[in-house]
Design a protein around this ligand. Structure first.
Ligand code: SAM
Length: 391
């Protein structure tokens, strides 16, 4: 089995976290882009990458990189590749693409030519062509084509890894599971002290925090990945990696997770999602105002993702909410590290505390910040550092 380049895609802002995860799994980091990190490995690495990575969206194994001017050339190059060794002839193929080439007006046309080349090749070699269509739950091939540079990949994930499978109850504006995992990683919380999540909504942050504290692989919640639909899928290896991941997960951790929301429906949804993820017993839920969230002694982190709606009229109300969060932090949360995840910088200012740092993220295309506030015991106001006067 030969090594290939592997592109792991993720949301914008996530590569620094994904890089750390890859290094932690002993994979090298070859390059980093705005929404992906490149590593290398063999197809037998697909189970581990899909199972363990918390912040990745797709694991793409590079098959070939080539120069190509138009769709006919693309068809020709692709028909020369040994697809019969990769895609089962009685299987189902989906081709996805990201195309920016002057000869292609509709990216669907590029996907179609790519799909034709693959199924025609398999038919010529094996006498039977696989079915094809838009569903990503079986074999998936991805085409990247920008100007005259094309790269074809085997998509070892299929459906995005952000779809862990535990969020069954749709609600308001939930955070993507992979983003929530990165936010928990950014706080550094790993199971010691308390993880407090007022305004928990559908509970994504609390569930991801529980999975991290247990060291439980997020992929254990899913039983279908793209790599399972490739020829030569090594089922024994998959079962082994999965069993080992189950064995390595802890049953409990020393800290606590508390998740609250003013909306009882949100708390109900969060409980159900946590139950599906198998961590409901590890999260203490309560319906309450954020300021009435229990704050056990001993410190920890408080992570809040308040609404940052854009509709007129909403903003005035939200200003009061953000000011209140600042008062809550200052008056009740000493000894904790506070975090506010928001996509609205002017609302963030209403917290009226100086953030120690602001970590950039993107949520549904909106640039956001995770603002970190050190809430020291005994000090109410953060001293403003004065710069020496210029001569
Ligand atoms: C943006 S959503 C949080 C989404 C969450 N991160 C998720 O993944 O589902 C904001 C939540 O804040 C809650 N909320 C708004 N005002 C609140 C208040 N005063 N006290 C407690 N919760 C509040 C809403 O009910 C909503 O569930």
């Amino acid at each position: 089995m030969h090594k290939s380049r592997i592109l792991i895609t993720c949301a914008k802002g996530i590569p620094p976290f994904l890089k750390q995860e890859l290094l932690g799994l002993n994979f090298p980091v070859l390059s980093e882009s705005v929404a992906g990190v490149e590593t290398e490995g063999v197809l037998d690495d697909a189970p581990a990458l899909n199972l363990f990575l918390r912040t990745a969206h797709r694991v793409l194994f590079q098959l070939k990189e080539f120069r190509v001017k138009n769709a006919d050339e693309l068809y020709r190059v692709l028909s020369e590749m040994p697809w019969e060794d990769l895609i089962p002839e009685d299987g189902y193929l989906c081709v996805t693409s990201s195309v920016d080439n002057p000869t292609i007006r509709d990216t669907r046309f590029a996907s179609l030519r790519c799909k034709d080349a693959i199924v025609d090749r398999i038919k010529a070699k094996r006498g039977k062509r696989p079915d094809s269509g838009p569903d990503r739950d079986r074999s998936v091939v991805h085409l990247y084509w920008k100007d005259e540079r094309a790269v074809v990949y085997l998509d070892a994930s299929g459906e995005s890894l952000s779809r862990r499978g535990y969020r069954k109850i749709p609600l308001g504006a939930p955070m993507q599971e992979t983003l929530a995992a990165a936010v928990v990683q950014a706080t550094g919380w790993q199971g010691e002290g308390t993880f407090i999540n007022p305004m928990c909504g559908s509970g994504t942050l609390a569930v991801e925090a529980a999975l991290i504290a247990l060291g439980r692989a997020p992929g254990l919640l899913r039983n279908n990945f793209g790599f399972m639909h490739l020829k030569g899928f090594h089922e024994g290896l998959w079962n082994e990696v999965r069993e080992q991941a189950k064995k390595n997960a802890r049953k409990s951790f020393s800290g606590r997770i508390i998740a609250t929301d003013i909306d009882s429906e949100a708390v109900e949804a969060a409980k159900k999602n946590a139950a599906t993820a198998g961590v409901e017993h590890l999260i203490e839920f309560r319906v309450c105002e954020y300021a009435d969230t229990p704050l056990p002694a001993g410190g920890g982190v408080i992570v809040m993702n308040p609404p940052y709606g854009e509709r007129m009229g909403e903003l005035a109300k939200l200003e009061g909410l953000y000011k209140g969060i600042g008062d809550f932090f200052k008056q009740q949360c000493k000894g904790f590290t506070g975090y506010v995840f928001t996509g609205n910088p002017s609302l963030a200012k209403k917290v009226s505390l100086k953030p120690k740092r602001g970590i950039p993220f993107f949520n549904s295309g909106i640039e956001c910040r995770l603002l970190e506030y050190e809430l020291y015991e005994g000090t109410r106001k953060v001293k403003k550092e004065r710069l020496p006067a210029a001569d």
